[in-house]
Design a protein around this ligand. Sequence first.
Ligand code: ZN
Length: 104
Amino acid sequence: MSTRSCPFCGKPVGPTLNHCPFCREAIPAAQKIRTPYMEQGRKYMRRGMLYALMAGVIYYFAGGYSGMKLPIPVPPEVNLYFSPLLFALGIGLVLYGFFLYIRG
Ligand SMILES: [Zn+2]
């Protein structure tokens, strides 16, 4: 998908080649090219999914769908504003992380 460059001569080589066609140096193929952006992206995606999940749980319980009586009354504003906001934030984080990840 993306081209690598030879660590010895800097010329672009295919991602599947083990030897550079220009300088014939062996290229460490097993070396996974994982950039800090990808790491960051994965972190954001994980956190975003957690937020979205949390929003779902809060929505579920605050909305009274669980059938359980909560010890403290939850104001309707929570499900009106807070849960959707948290959910949107989570989705946003996932998208942002995904963008970072594919951009590499
Ligand atoms: Zn080379």
